[in-house]
Write a new protein. Structure first.
Length: 273
């Protein structure tokens, strides 16, 4: 599914797209990824749903200008504005990684309203952040100066580590590509240095207010965010379901795609208005 639309928001250009017919579903990606992690799932759902994809500011095909904030708060406001731009009334939302915190904050603090929310291996509650994340945060300008081939090697190892089974080369290249350009290189480290866990603390404090159907899905072998965090997240949300997927790491989209696709379609069908 192509991102063939542009939404101008506070000086940033957000790349987005939609296709299909039926109830609306919006996919949110995480870091250091883009909407590409969801593109195959979006294509598969267009027979029954109107599917929406977007790249957050600072990611994928969207603006990567150094003066545009890319923290959780800024992304949640951008997401709420994009939903208004699309004139969506109670869409289903499916989120991964960083997209979990963004979609949660958009509904808890920015008045976005959903029909349902599926959270897949999400960053949502503290503590969070891998050792690499913490290293970048402690050295905010050092890695900007890396030669391009070293930067790509770091990226390759980092993203490959998110998969339990290992990514195919074409999938890995697709995820690497947005970060290897002249603007993408510094943008990759910028989004890590702007990571602020206080937003997760804020979210956690209000999870009990959620009244919509929520399904938390987790890869059993997730080495970035342990499944115990997913279980704790589900326990904090009234009525939330929790499903553990075997043979899958943090990038469950690539590790166990058939199981995830079935879970998404089943969930959307069960919660369809």
């Amino acid at each position: 599914m192509d991102l063939n639309e542009q939404f101008e928001y506070e000086g940033a250009t957000i790349a987005c797209g939609r296709a299909g017919t039926g109830p609306s579903v919006v996919f949110c990606h995480g870091t250091p990824f883009s909407s590409r992690v969801w593109s195959r799932y979006a294509d598969a759902l267009t027979d029954s749903f109107t599917v929406h994809l977007w790249d957050m500011p600072g990611y994928g095909q969207s603006t990567k200008a150094p003066d545009h904030p890319v923290d959780f708060g800024a992304q949640a406001r951008a997401f709420a504005a994009l939903l208004q731009h699309w004139n969506l009334d109670r869409p289903h939302v499916v989120a991964h990684d960083f997209g979990g915190a963004v979609s949660l904050r958009a509904t808890l603090f920015e008045q976005a309203v959903y029909s349902s929310l599926m959270l897949v291996d999400v960053v949502a509650i503290p503590p969070s952040g891998s050792p690499f994340f913490r290293f970048v945060a402690d050295n905010p300008t050092t890695l900007d100066a890396l030669p391009p081939y070293i930067h790509e090697a770091v990226l390759r190892a980092y993203i490959q580590n998110a998969s339990h089974r290992g990514l195919a080369e074409d999938d890995l290249q697709s995820l690497l590509e947005p970060w290897t350009s002249d603007t993408g290189h510094p943008a990759f480290y910028r989004q890590i240095t702007q990571y602020d866990e206080r937003y997760l603390v804020d979210n956690e404090g209000r999870l009990g207010e959620l009244t919509l159907p929520v399904h938390v899905v987790w890869g059993r072998e997730d080495s970035w965010i342990p499944r115990q965090t997913g279980q704790r997240l589900a326990a904090l949300i009234p009525g939330a379901e929790f499903t553990e997927v075997p043979d899958a790491g943090h990038l469950i989209q690539y590790d166990n795609p058939v199981v995830l696709a079935n879970l998404i379609r089943s969930w959307l069908s069960r919660t369809r208005p």
